[in-house]
Structure formats: C-alpha cells, structure tokens
Design a protein around this ligand. Structure first.
Ligand SMILES: C[S@@+](CC[C@H](N)C(=O)[O-])C[C@H]1O[C@@H](n2cnc3c(N)ncnc32)[C@H](O)[C@@H]1O
Length: 369
C-alpha cells in the first residue's frame, strides 16, 4: 500500500502502513500528525518508523531531542524543556480539575481505608501493573552491587553480632559488614527484586514494607523472594511509631520510590522524620516520585481532587504531585543534607498512535549528616 497524504484544517492526516513491533504484519492506520511533524511527509514517516524499529539508548542513557520535527524518531526523549505556553496550559488544566467535590464521608473513607484500597488494587493487578525498576542503577548507582559511592558504613567499636527482641521482632544488630537497604512502599517487589537479581553480594540485606498486606502476600510468594537476603513486612509508614525488625540508626539506604505521593501531604513529615531516625549517620535516602504537571495529573477529571495537587484515582488510591521546592523543604526540615534535587522531564512517544506524553518526575538524594 502506498502512503496517501490527506490535508485537512491545519493538521496533516496520513494514511500509512508500518511494521508492528511484535510481528512483521503490516497494517493501515489513520493518524493525526501533530504540529511538530508537519514537515514530515508520509513516505518519510514510514521510512523513519521502520528504520528506528530497533532503537537502542545512546551511551550514557539519555537521548535529547535535537529538533522538534524529529519527535517521532524514537519512543522517548530526556530532559525536554517546557515553554511558557505549555506551562500555562498545564496550570490552567490543573486549576480546572482542582475543584473539591468529595463529601466529608468520602474523604473519611479515602483516609481510613487507604490500605484497603491498595489491597483491592493488588487483588486485581497482582504483580502485573508496575514494571521492574531497571532504571534504578542508572539513576541511583548507590543501589548497584559494585557501587563505590555507597554511604560510609558505621562500625561499632566491639566486633560481635548480637540479636535482641524489639516489639516481638527478632532484631539483628549491624555489627558486621552488612549493608542494609530498606524500601518503604515496596509493593510487589519491582525495586527489591531487580536489586537482588543484579547483586550477588552476600553482605547485602534488603528490608521492605508496604501497608497493603495483599502486596506483601504477593511478594512473599514470588520465587525470587529469598529470606536469606530480604525480609518484607506490613507497616503503615505514616504512623508515628514503627514496629520494624531493625534498630534506629541501623540502615545504610532508604528507598522512597513512588510512595510518598501516595501518602496524605499532612503526614509526609512524619514519614521523613522516621526515615531520619532509622538511617545511620552518613546514610542516604534515594527518592523518585511524581512532579507537578505530570501527564497523570493533567489527565484527572473534575471531582477527583482532595486538596492542592492531591487526588484520588478511580480505584480510590491517592496520588500527590510534588514541586522540587516541596521535596527540598521536607527533607531539609527533618535535618537532611541535599545531594540531589532534580526534575526529570521526559517526552514519551506512542509512535503507533502518534501521541506525545509529557512525564515529570522529581528525583532526590538526601544524606543524614
Ligand atoms: C505507586 S505504588 C509504588 C510501589 C513501588 N514503590 C514501585 O515503585 O513499584 C505505592 C505503594 O505505596 C504503598 N503505600 C501507600 N501508602 C503507604 C503507607 N502509608 N505506608 C506504607 N506503604 C504505603 C502502596 O500500598 C503501594 O504499594
């Protein structure tokens, strides 16, 4: 089939055929080409799609969009700058969806049953929803097995291992060379399992918690769950007191990946203060979460807003969208030193449907002095 170009209004509609990613079946699709592509003709487009089927990330892991009209050459572009017009449109969209319409009873349910709503989520999706975080080691080399910039370990003066009982839990004291990582809101293990798979370090031990008992059940049934190398348990991290199988000041790294956003903004400081308490001096927090005006925020319809930049999804799980400043203030006021605070703006492209999607994530590293 020869591509046909149909012009209409100020958009270009192209009838074209392409090879699907999974097979070599050809198919015809009607597409709307956004303004970025207006100077790509249809045969050129077909050529681009086919030429770039096998697309590898360049060395260094980032790919920058050299010219706007090359947007459909690859699936994703890193560090895409927003212009004023785009920022203004996003702000207006958020203002539109920020009207508060939940009743007191609904708000109470969202709050009291937050863990149950996540249980229901995992009941449906099991371990199929979140993808393994294989980007972890690029963003956070501290988590990589051969990491050389890991937080300095603090060795106690007497060199013996001890075990004590705290809140009914067996607690091993870190009087050895072990490195302890703790992930809060570990879900079904999409961060913990990649770390365990990449690392064979016998001195690495990973703890994980989630307030969804369903998530913890699913995780412990996974064949990758190895009790010699990790332990996960149910914990609501927004509580003032934690019942955990380790001591205060005993952890090397705490991982907060897409979890703080699920917690009520009025309780976020409790979480960060607890994190501070359980990290060793010199220990590190690695953080990544949703940023203000991320696609997921702009997609909310009216009636889902709980408070500023905080929403309930259709399945009643909650999500907050952060600014860099908010993250900085949260950690600094708990006593942390800021080592990294960046906004990662990525343009994701659905080349099949010719859609562009702007993702915004905030990433940070905070060290306990
Ligand atoms: C968006 S998911 C992210 C899961 C995982 N960190 C990942 O990136 O794949 C948020 C997770 O945080 C958990 N969560 C939400 N509030 C929590 C709380 N107060 N304490 C512990 N876990 C919580 C949810 O049950 C859910 O598993």
């Amino acid at each position: 089939m020869i591509p046909v170009l149909i012009r209409g209004h100020n958009l270009e509609t192209v009838y074209y055929r392409m090879l699907t990613k999974s097979s070599s079946i050809t198919r015809g699709t009607v597409l709307i080409i956004c303004r970025y592509c207006s100077n790509i003709n249809s045969s050129k487009l077909t050529e681009i799609l086919e030429k770039t089927r096998y697309r590898k990330k360049p060395p260094g892991g980032s790919r920058y969009l050299p010219e706007p009209n090359k947007v459909f050459h690859f699936n994703a572009w890193d560090n895409v700058q927003w212009n004023e017009e785009q920022e203004k449109a996003a702000k207006e969209k958020v203002e539109l969806n920020s009207q508060l319409t939940f009743t007191e009873d609904r708000l109470k349910d969202l709050n009291i049953n937050a863990d149950k709503h996540w249980d229901a989520f995992y009941e449906i999706h099991q371990n199929r929803f979140f993808k393994d975080r294989h980007w972890l080691f690029t963003e956070f080399p501290e988590l990589a097995p051969d990491n050389t910039t890991a937080p300095v370990r603090v060795y106690p003066s007497d060199g013996e291992n001890t075990t004590t009982i705290q809140n009914g839990n067996k607690v091993s004291q870190a009087i050895n060379n072990k490195r302890y990582i703790f992930e809060i809101g570990c879900g079904v293990g999409n961060t913990i399992f990649p770390i365990l798979q990449y690392s064979t370090d016998p001195n690495l031990f990973i703890y994980g918690c989630d307030f969804s008992s369903k998530a913890i059940d699913i995780m412990t049934q996974n064949k990758l769950y190895d009790t010699n190398r990790c332990k996960v348990f149910v914990l609501d991290a927004s509580k003032e007191n934690w019942e955990v199988p380790f001591h205060e000041k005993s952890l090397d790294i705490i991982v907060l990946i897409f979890v703080l956003s699920a917690i009520d903004p009025t309780k976020m400081n409790i979480v960060i203060n607890q994190v501070y308490k359980y990290l060793k001096s010199g220990g590190l927090v690695v953080f990544r979460d949703y940023g203000l005006y991320d696609l997921a925020q702009l997609r909310f319809k009216k009636g889902r807003c709980i408070s500023n930049n905080f929403y309930a999804r259709g399945d009643n799980t909650k999500v907050y969208f952060f600014t860099q400043e908010e993250i900085s203030n949260l950690f600094k006021s708990a006593g942390f030193l800021e080592e990294q605070n960046l906004v990662d703006r990525r343009l994701q492209v659905n080349r099949g449907k010719m859609l562009t999607m702007y993702r915004v994530w905030i990433q940070g590293k905070y060290r306990k002095p």
